[in-house]
Design a protein around this ligand. Structure first.
Ligand code: ADP
Ligand code: MG
Length: 385
């Protein structure tokens, strides 16, 4: 495969972001620029693919178009001329679906539309997609179209309903320090790239790292353990370090612009609330923090609703001395905001040695249950029974 200079410099820049430290302000700027560059970079990637790949991609795109209702062009909506269409596309609202499910306040703020215009466009988008009351069979049709990404452990996949984490929803893994949350996120970044037959959905991952614990080395080990070419695997993981809660919120808003173009099928936020927790200290700030967190979580939820082929996964901490603060040790930070936001929640705790226990805490259609898996150099694996 011919190496392009642009790609090489980008790869270096990506490597650099992984070692950036908080204290170096100019690195923050560099990272911002890199992320922007990635957002703006619409050309490449597509060119180097084999014919087989492009045939597969065509069918994927057709499939995606049908599900995302790209068959309706946003310019077909009454009131959307070239200027408004550009404003919307520039901030990532390029599908009728994305407009239909976004609150008008957000469209007004982000695309700079007038109140009336925004309401009219949203209303038209909802009409076009026939959003309103529907029968359970059409809901079932959507549910059937959702896919799964394997965690690499059959037991953990089964706990999640068989096959792994589901697209079109928000999954939360929470637990104490070193319970394997970050390892699972890395594993999903590898596995999302696999074909359906192998437990993936042939897509790329976008990793938003708030704690600086992302390690390409781990991706390499996991890829090699599965016999994959790690260079390819690394190229398919887009990384962004979030330096503050504001930055994190911005990155999530920005990623909308690249989901379809870059074939992103997994968004990871590891971890969801550490910045919020560090920045909002003291009781007086709690309401404010929860409100911001709620909005952020809804941005993430909306992404999973907009793109049925996209899985959104977040990690969350539990308090280190849970009984001092909470009665229930399995309670994650973030309180009700997150409890009500995530679709599926899994609690992780340590077992013997490299073993970890996962417990299904909350899922709309799954029984409560537990399973054991192991954290190894090669990644997440089943424990021999
Ligand atoms: N290279 C490796 N080989 C084997 N196990 C590893 C390796 N790297 C990390 N681990 C395991 O992962 C654990 C850390 O898990 P991590 O996902 O980082 O925890 P957290 O829940 O805090 O995100 C380590 O304690 C270790 O058990
Ligand atoms: Mg971690």
């Amino acid at each position: 495969m011919p190496t392009k200079n642009k790609k090489t410099s980008k790869a270096k820049a990506t490597a650099k972001t992984t070692t950036a430290t908080k204290s170096e302000d100019n690195k923050d700027v560099e990272d911002d620029e890199l992320f922007k560059e990635l957002l703006e970079d619409k050309d490449e990637d597509e060119n180097d693919k084999s014919e087989e790949d492009s045939a597969q991609k065509d069918s994927l795109n057709e499939d995606l178009d049908a599900r995302l209702s790209i068959k309706y062009n946003i310019r077909d909506l009454p009131g959307v001329g070239a200027t408004i269409a550009k404003k919307l596309c520039d901030v990532g609202y390029s599908t009728v679906n994305s407009i239909a499910i976004t609150p008008s306040r957000i469209l007004i703020e982000e695309a700079g539309l007038g109140d009336k215009t925004a309401e009219k466009i949203i209303h038209a988008a909802r009409e076009a997609l026939n959003i309103g009351f529907k029968t359970a069979d059409s809901v079932w049709e959507r549910r059937k179209s959702l896919a799964r990404i394997s965690t690499n452990s059959t037991d953990l996949d089964n706990l999640l309903g068989g096959g792994g984490i589901e697209t079109g929803s928000l999954t939360e893994f929470f637990g104490e320090y070193r319970t394997g949350k970050t390892q699972i996120m890395h594993q999903l970044c590898v596995n999302v790239q696999l074909s359906k037959k192998e437990g993936g959905i042939s897509g790329k991952a976008l990793y938003i790292d708030t704690e600086g614990t992302f390690r390409p080395e781990r991706l390499i080990q996991m890829a090699e353990f599965k016999g994959l070419d790690y260079r390819e695997v690394l190229k398919n993981v887009i990384y962004a370090r979030a330096y503050s809660s504001d930055h994190q919120i911005m990155l999530v808003k920005d990623c909308m612009k690249i989901i379809v173009e870059k074939n992103i099928k997994l968004i990871v936020v590891d971890s969801l609330i550490s910045h919020f927790r560090a920045e909002f200290i003291g009781r007086g700030t709690l309401a404010n923090r929860q409100q911001l967190l709620n909005l952020h979580l809804h941005d993430l939820l909306r992404l999973s609703e907009m793109y049925p082929e996209l899985a959104v996964v977040v990690t969350n901490q539990v308090q280190s001395k849970p009984d001092t603060f909470f009665g229930d040790p399995t309670r994650a930070t973030g309180g009700n905001v997150i409890a009500h936001g995530a679709t599926v929640r899994i609690y992780l705790r340590k077992g013997k040695g490299e073993q970890r226990v996962a417990k299904m805490i909350d899922a709309p259609n799954l029984p409560e249950g537990e399973c054991i898996f192991a954290l190894t150099e090669g990644g997440i694996v089943d424990v021999d029974h």
